[in-house]
Ligand binder design. Structure first.
Ligand SMILES: [Zn+2]
Length: 433
């Protein structure tokens, strides 16, 4: 909306990682807060009393009693796997063959791709997610369907055609020349168009030939501001397979490094079975990790080590990884993240949890100059959460003694039902609550 609007609510946003020690200089919170928005951008946020006086002409939207946060950022999710979420009984490589590839085949059909893209983006909004890094399929139509649907909703999205030219069914296989031509065409059409950003998307090292990976590296270097997304070190059988396919590489990550695929706006999902040299290399190159706890538990892949990555300075975002992940909700994802870290002897306090779901995701995608918190000039994507959306939450909140305790309960017990409204560029995107 172009009109000056003041949103009243309790407001929380982050300036940096609060860490395991919950450093309170890392966030700002106003119990009686206000967020002032004009033309889809943040003007200011702060205590409501002062801002109501300062902006008497503003239209007031009243969300008092609820919590207003920056929109959630999901750094790794597959829109084409929406229909296979919660499919039984497989680990990664069987999962791909049994469920994923047959589901992705259907996206050659633009009508099907449009239908799933519309549902998927509405489901993200229902869960308070306003930006995501998204995998479609190998088909150009799947990318066009996705970005068209995102454009209708004005959502900031990163996506790009999957590339795979071996070790997959014929009906999903491209080749070096077609992958390059299709990617170039889609980059020209979508990259920097409105809020769309293009990501080169080799599925993972086993499904691309060395020649395709090399071509991907050339495109990554050639175009300004492209993203690159892929998977690494998710599953032990996968890691062994990569070692067989690329015997000269020092590690799985090193395969990508050799082809020039690390760097800023590189976003790597999972990053479980890495060693110190891999993590140092990701830190040195500015390559980000996506932490996908529900997927890692569901597919039995392993436990992500958050502290080791952060201590080395790696950017880490949170991700649902639907359909390997089991929920679109970043709150449910935080619930499982807490448990994954517990098993690794680490703690996830609520402050760091909400940082991971918001600003950390923006940092992982190198979008922190545009989204992720409420500094002046940021794009006004935000979510309003109802502390008491369910009888259990209402009761738990009454028992809570502190904000810290309330936020933790919200993070563990929350889900799509707590999302009262999701705003994109200052406009409500859910039916009125
Ligand atoms: Zn994935």
């Amino acid at each position: 909306m172009s009109e000056l609007t003041l949103f009243r609510a309790s407001i929380l946003h982050f300036l940096r990682d609060p860490g395991e020690a919950a450093d309170e200089r890392a966030w700002q919170y106003w119990e009686d807060g206000a967020l002032v928005v004009e033309s889809g951008r943040v003007v200011v946020c702060g205590p409501e009393a002062a801002l109501l006086t300062q902006y008497p002409q503003a239209k007031v939207v009243d969300h008092r009693g609820k919590l207003l946060l920056p929109g959630f950022v999901d750094t790794h999710i597959h829109f084409a796997q929406t229909d296979i979420i919660a499919s039984y009984g497989a680990q990664l490589l069987d999962w791909l063959n049994t469920y994923t590839f047959p589901a992705e085949r259907r996206f050659a059909d633009r009508v099907h791709a449009d239908n799933v893209a519309q549902f998927f983006l509405d489901e993200l909004l229902r869960n308070g997610t306003t930006t995501a890094a998204v995998y479609p399929t190998v088909h150009k139509a799947s990318v066009d369907a996705f970005f068209s649907a995102a454009e209708q909703r004005q959502m900031r999205m990163v996506c790009g055609k999957i590339m795979m030219d071996r070790h997959c069914p014929d009906f999903l296989q491209d080749n070096v020349a077609s992958a390059e031509a299709d990617s170039r065409e889609l980059i020209e059409r979508w990259h920097g168009h409105g809020r769309a950003g293009y990501a080169l998307t080799p599925r993972f090292a086993p499904t691309s030939t060395p020649e395709q990976l090399a071509m991907t590296g050339r495109l990554f270097a050639e175009y300004e501001g492209l993203w690159l997304q892929t998977h690494v070190a998710e599953n032990v059988d996968e890691v062994r397979w990569v070692a067989d396919l690329f015997p000269d590489a020092r590690s799985y990550l090193d395969v990508y490094d050799r082809y020039g695929l690390l760097g800023e706006r590189g976003v790597y999902a999972h990053c479980i079975h890495l060693d110190r040299a891999d993590r140092e290399r990701m830190a040195a190159t500015g390559t980000a990790m996506s932490f996908c706890p529900t997927s890692n538990l569901f597919l039995g892949s392993g436990l992500f080590d958050l502290n080791r990555a952060r201590e080395l300075g790696v950017r880490v975002g949170l991700a649902t990884d639907v359909g390997g992940g089991t929920s679109f909700s970043m709150l449910q994802t935080l619930n499982e993240a807490y448990k994954v870290l517990q098993l690794g002897g680490q703690k996830l306090n609520a402050w760091r949890g909400f940082y991971l779901a918001t600003l950390a995701g923006a940092e992982a995608l190198y979008l922190e100059d545009r989204i992720g918190n409420f500094l002046p000039g940021k794009e006004a994507d935000f979510v309003v959460l109802d502390w008491a959306a369910t009888p259990l939450l209402e009761r738990r909140m009454q028992a809570a003694q502190s904000l810290d305790e309330r936020l933790f309960a919200l993070m563990l017990l929350g889900g799509d039902r707590v999302v009262a409204q999701t705003y994109v560029l200052g406009e409500p995107r859910l039916p009125a609550c």
